[in-house]
Design a protein around this ligand. Sequence first.
Ligand code: IMP
Ligand code: MG
Length: 183
Amino acid sequence: MAEFTSVADYESKIKRVLITKEEIAAAIEKAGKEIDKIYDGRPILLVSILKGAFVFMADLCRAVSVPCEIGFMCAKSYYQGTVSSGVVQITMDLEQDISGYHVVIAEDIIDTGRTLHDVVKLLKARKPLSLHVVTLLDKPSRRLVDFKADYSLFTIPDHFVIGYGLDCAEYFRNLPYIAEYAE
Ligand code: IMP
Ligand code: MG
């Protein structure tokens, strides 16, 4: 657990707001409509990659109108502070047999690309009817593995960001906006 001496100390780590909650809400509304258009009434399985995408998933699932089931997978990419270790581990798998599903993965952020590269490979091997990736944030300048989302709500520069599900050492996930972390 990190050491914070006060709320002011905690908040001093929030350098500046990059994306407001209103901007996030508008982008999710648009993404929901896009999903409705693509699937055109066909049911989908919306899969949230935990923990980071739990907030995004909660809002995205309420922005779609097509029949929608939800599923959760926990993929951990180990971080030492703000630096990725490169190790991706699936610590909780889906309960559904996805072979009969149009799967839409909801991810919080694509950074090096390793997490989604591994998750997509794993899920494709299970032969879903189709597989799409929607990411809230994309940091293309940081890519180490070739990976492209089908739909990205925001492209951001190379900053470590927190809030709206994204953490630094498990803190700040509950911020309603996306902020730059003060390193
Ligand atoms: P990747 O495997 O490097 O693409 O990283 C994906 C995972 O790392 C994301 O699902 C996040 O959980 C985490 N991550 C990457 N960049 C950030 C960031 O700027 N803030 C918080 N978490 C991040
Ligand atoms: Mg994370």
